[in-house]
Every structure is written in C-alpha cells, then in structure tokens.
Design a protein around this ligand. Structure first.
Ligand code: ZN
Ligand code: ZN
Length: 335
C-alpha cells in the first residue's frame, strides 16, 4: 500500500512509499482510511520545527483520520469489518494514574499516531481498539478526519464554557480556532475572531462565512475591541495574541490556551492577577470529548464540507504546500 512517510529528522524528507499492509495485533483493528486531514502540527513535522522534534523517524504521518474497519484482531468484540470509525490520536495507556482519573489526554505514557507509530496518511492503518469510535449514523466517513481537531476544540471550550450572550474572542483563525469558534456559537455566544494580515485573504473571510465576526487584521486588538470580552480562546500560540488577550478580557474573565507556542512566551502576569483572569491550558481531549465532537460534526455544528479540501494521496505533498501557504483551510487526503 502507499503511505506518506517522514523519513528523517530534518526539514522536508517527506516521501510517498510502498509498504506492506499492516496486520492487526490481538487488540488492534486495521482501518482502510477514507480521509486523513493535515494540520498545523503536521506542517511543523514537515519543517522539523523544535516543537515537532519528539517525532520518531521514519514514520507514516497522519493523526486525524477516519475510515472503514477491514481486519480485526483476535480479541476484538466491539467492531466488525465494514464499520465506519474515527480514531483518537493519543495512544493512552489506560493504566497510569492520569488515565485512571479519566485524563487520558495527559497520559504519562502517551504516544501519538503519526508521530511515534504509523499514522493515517496511508491506505490503511492499524489502531488499538480503545482509540476507535463508531460514527453517528449517516455521517460521511471522510468527515471523521475532523474528529481529532474538533475534539481539541471541544475539550478547550468545555474547560471554561461560555454562557449564552457572552462575547467570546478567538485569537487565531486557523482550523482549531474556527472549530472552537463554531462550538462557542453553539453555546449561544457571540464570537469575535482575530488574525494577522496574512489571514485576511482566506481564513478571516472563511470565519465570516462560518458565522464568526472577524476583526480588522490591520488594527491592534486593543483598539479593535471596544469593550472587554467575557472569554478568550487563544488559538494562535503567538505571544502577542496572548498579551493582547490579557488586556481585552474582562476582570474575572477567562483565557483558554489552545494554540501551541513555538517558543517561551513572556507574560504580564501582574495584569492577570490584578484582574483575576482564569488562565486555563488545554491539551488534546478525552474519549468522551471525541465522541461528542463526532456528534457535532454529524449534526452540522461543525460543517466539515466547508472546512476540508480534498486531495489524492499521490498529491499529498501539494496538500502540505497548499496548507502552508494558506491556500486551503485544511487539506483532506483521500487514499
Ligand atoms: Zn492535528
Ligand atoms: Zn496512561
């Protein structure tokens, strides 16, 4: 079968190679991939940015995918060939104290599909049964690729949920910011979204089509925001956005950190303390978040067809280029 590999620990080194199809271990399921999406962290792996350097190469990439069950291991009872499924990306152990308290997203032993074990940018992938979810009835199977990023967005929103009528600011209109904004809308909030001038051609107009209210990317955030917002969903990982967030959120408001910073960020913590701002970091999501995120995709709260742009596996490198140049919101590779 064909698969997209990160071959070596250096920038580039992406290759489509022919490898044998995986066979399921006793507690594994082999999924024929219907669609695998590419996200910002995949671009970091491609560029070999510092934050991505815990990837072990060579590895088949892809941690956001869905497909159809093909082969099941001898111990599998809950899935059968033909089932439509999506897979979580964090391989949690189920045994450590974190897993036992339900925080599988911060499992002590966690590894990731597509970074540490073969992922879904391939015709087929073997996945531990405990990471798989059945799709809600009627949901197009390739939309399942959004299950993982929608889980990241939903987990973050649920940590500090907005109330109906709240004004929420999303900083960073990348895919996770757009998904988090859509979920905040579903809570009954009004959702503003900010970006940089680079976001003005594609991402901010897309945000508007999704019902969010883009702010002028040419105006500093503190000028663009007239009155303090109730909650900020920081989805950029940029120090400047977090600093601005501290100054536009209301006293007693919340900032949820979703975007992964690429470097250490200096912070005006005195501002956060004086205003008693709740800073809450969010990382991936849990089994329950994933199940609920699939529901949000199935019911259209997250409109997958407006976010995903299809590519063939042979054109996966073009998909990476287009994502990097922000020509599309999120590529969906269909093997
Ligand atoms: Zn991702
Ligand atoms: Zn664990």
């Amino acid at each position: 079968m064909k698969a997209l590999f990160k071959m070596a620990p250096r920038p580039g080194a992406l290759e489509i190679r022919d490898v044998p199809r995986p066979l399921p271990g006793a507690d594994e399921i082999v999924v024929d991939v219907a669609g695998a999406s590419i996200c910002g962290s995949d671009l970091h792996i491609a560029h070999w940015d510092p934050m991505a350097q815990w990837t072990t190469t060579p590895v088949i990439m892809g941690h956001e995918f869905g497909g159809i069950v093909r082969d099941v291991g001898s111990a599998i009872t809950a899935f059968k060939p033909g089932d439509a499924v999506a897979a979580e990306s964090v391989i949690w152990c189920g045994r450590c104290p974190r897993c036992r308290e339900g925080k599988t997203n911060v499992c002590d032993e966690r590894r990731l599909l597509g970074l540490h074990v073969p992922g879904g940018l391939a015709e087929a992938v073997a996945v531990p049964e405990r990471l798989l979810h059945h799709l809600p009835a009627g949901m197009p199977v390739e939309h399942a690729a959004l299950g993982e990023p929608a889980t990241v967005a939903l987990h973050a929103v649920l940590l500090q949920p907005p109330h109906p009528g709240d004004v929420v600011l999303v900083t960073g209109p990348g895919p996770i910011g757009l998904l988090a904004g859509r979920i905040a809308l579903a809570f009954g909030a009004r959702v503003l979204i900010s970006g940089t001038p680079a976001d003005a051609s594609k991402r901010l107009p897309a945000a508007k089509e999704l019902g969010l209210e883009p702010l002028d990317a040419g105006v500093p955030l503190q000028e663009a925001i007239q009155s303090p917002v109730d909650l900020v969903l920081e989805s950029s990982g940029a120090g400047a956005a977090l600093d601005a967030a501290l100054h536009v959120v209301k006293r007693g408001g919340g900032i949820t950190l979703i975007g992964m910073p690429s470097q250490t960020i200096g912070l005006d913590l005195a501002q956060a303390l004086r205003a008693e701002i709740a800073l809450r970091a969010s990382y991936f999501g849990t089994w329950h978040d994933f199940d609920r995120a699939l529901w949000l995709i199935a019911d259209g709260t997250i409109p997958a067809e407006r976010i995903l742009s299809p590519y063939s596996l042979d054109n996966a490198l073009t998909a990476f280029e287009d994502a990097g140049a922000q020509r599309v919101l999120k590529p969906l590779v269909r093997p």
